[in-house]
Design a protein around this ligand. Sequence first.
Ligand code: HEM
Length: 280
Amino acid sequence: MPTHPTRQSVPEGDDLFGIYRNMVLYDFQKEFHSGFFVSYYRNFTIPSTAKVLAERGEMQHRPMKRSYDTAIVIHEIITGGFDSERGQAMIELLRRVHKGVPGTSEDFMYVLMTLLVLPLRWIEKHGWRKLTSLEEQAAVAFYAELGRRMGLADAAPETLEEAGRFLDEYEDRKLAPSPEGAMLLDSTVEAIKIRLPKPLQPMTLRVLALMMDKPQVTTALGLKRSPRWLQVIFNAVVRCRAIRARMQPLPTNPAFVPGKIAVSVYPGGYTLDQIGPKAS
Ligand code: HEM
């Protein structure tokens, strides 16, 4: 249940993981949906990571399953918590799928920080209200713990500012188009399409470019940069949505219910043993 009942109140207390859960499941559900979407495609913009992902083949051969599974793993941990049985099963899966994956500890930290920083930047820019510093702290604490549980070699940044600096600095050095990144994007376009509102589906690549927060990301994805007038219209539409949200009650249905997501890949919901690549 939401920790606070109205749009006039904000979360309090010291249950940081609970506060983050509340942000994702209730208070900023639309914003996180878009923000995680932006994070997912970031992996294609780092040539070395794109190469690893392309070589494994999951994203090309099962793009829908791969993208839903990624969302499910993260949301299961957020919803159930690190110590729940389901949360632990998902951490176990994360440790298993990344065993032997070539990548420096910096590469791993970067992927983790995309999940922290990009949805929060989306909220900062497009959200129905700004985050409180307690909410920012809650998100930082969640990903620091996720990194620890995954066994990452380095500790995650301790503040959002530091996390943002790390992400930007890494991207300044590494963002670039690559044949593997282009191939991954190509196979994933179908998965993107189906998540967009129907009228936007024919313009999938255009919308994807509009959603990206940096022009270098659009270029690294091999997408055409949007003309300025279109970006202005897009931002205005998202702003209207935020203004409308401000006038409506907070959602009381969570954005995610474990096992229940009904999507083409799991029409009747899923069990945890269906999640993740087949063990080889
Ligand atoms: C801490 C940072 C990271 C997080 C939170 C993360 C998250 C995830 C998640 C949720 C999955 C499960 C998807 C599924 O079940 O199909 C996954 C799978 C995978 N990840 Fe990561 N990832 C991280 C870093 C990386 C990095 C840096 C690389 C590559 C250099 C990578 C490569 C893979 C591969 C190869 C898989 C297996 C599925 C496939 O072959 O596509 N991950 N990751």
